[in-house]
Design a protein around this ligand. Sequence first.
Ligand SMILES: Nc1ncnc2c1ncn2[C@@H]1O[C@H](COP(=O)(O)OP(=O)(O)OP(=O)(O)O)[C@@H](O)[C@H]1O
Ligand SMILES: [Mg+2]
Length: 336
Amino acid sequence: MHLVVFGDRGIGKTSLLHVLAILAKDARYLVRYASCSESSTFDSLFRAVARDVPLLYHAGYDPSSLEVERDRSLGDILGEDPVTPASLSEELVKLTGTKLLIILDEFDRSPEQGFRDKVAELIKSLSDRSARVQLVIGGVALNLSELVAHVPSIRRNVLGIAVAGMAPDELGQIIAKGETIGNFSFENATRDLLIEMSNGSPYLANLLGQYSARTALENDRRVISSQDLRVAVELVLDDMHSRLSPTAQAQLNCLEAKIKPTSLFAAGRFAQKNFGLLPEDMVKEIIATLGADSRQWQGTDGQFLFCDDSIPQILALKYWPDTGMAPSDVTTAAQD
Ligand SMILES: Nc1ncnc2c1ncn2[C@@H]1O[C@H](COP(=O)(O)OP(=O)(O)OP(=O)(O)O)[C@@H](O)[C@H]1O
Ligand SMILES: [Mg+2]
């Protein structure tokens, strides 16, 4: 089986793949990690992978031959023509004496037309011929078929694993590790609030934890209070605001000017955990309130689209209720 690890942004897919890589190396796999960055083509990416596979493992070469002795790799025998799924699997099936694990992360960011189709073709070909090569694909997606084209034809050969948000006790473990390493501790209520605010995201738990701890330590305190968390939220919000594009900033301004804080909070919380999407009733409310302004942000299916992943996070943190944490500068028609 080949593996596809999918889920929402920032949920821990890459971290999971790194752990998998370590375990696979321990189990004597040859492991090659590659990120499908914007410039990757099937040819460039798999040539780079092949360059890390010693010819020693190719059944067509005698381990004592001159080519092998010269530390040559699979990359050296791929020829001049662009690598195709067929030409690559032709060589990969000849691997012997090892198992190769190819990790393709950020698969959703591979822009080359046909890249995903070619990877699906490669999977099919490797499976049909029982090659000692497995692909592990990671990327942002709601489901398996969104990430891997031609899923019906390779379904039998692919295992999909959805990475969901972390449970509160898992986020608690992240905090506990920080406490042990940094020799400080969170007040119980503050720890609970931080976990609640993280909303399943290990990214937010790390960020809020680090900023709160830093604030306390800078003031020579080893017990972190809700006041430190409050400062952390402000710092995180400053960070997120500073990274917004002008278009995203304009959308945020428009939402904050017209939608009431409780709805902004509810929308942010929901979208944080649902790929930036909102349920139908919230979409209706937002569109009705924004009026004509909202047309530019509506998808073809009527969904409301946030311009940036961090807008839901900003809304959920900035309009957090009942803690006195909402900033004092919310002076909008929304409050009336
Ligand atoms: N098990 C974990 N323990 C502690 N921190 C974690 C864990 N998993 C992920 N994180 C933290 O969460 C953040 C996001 O993780 P990661 O980059 O693995 O997510 P991702 O799903 O690959 O994100 P993206 O969708 O942007 O590619 C990182 O800062 C990482 O350190
Ligand atoms: Mg990632």
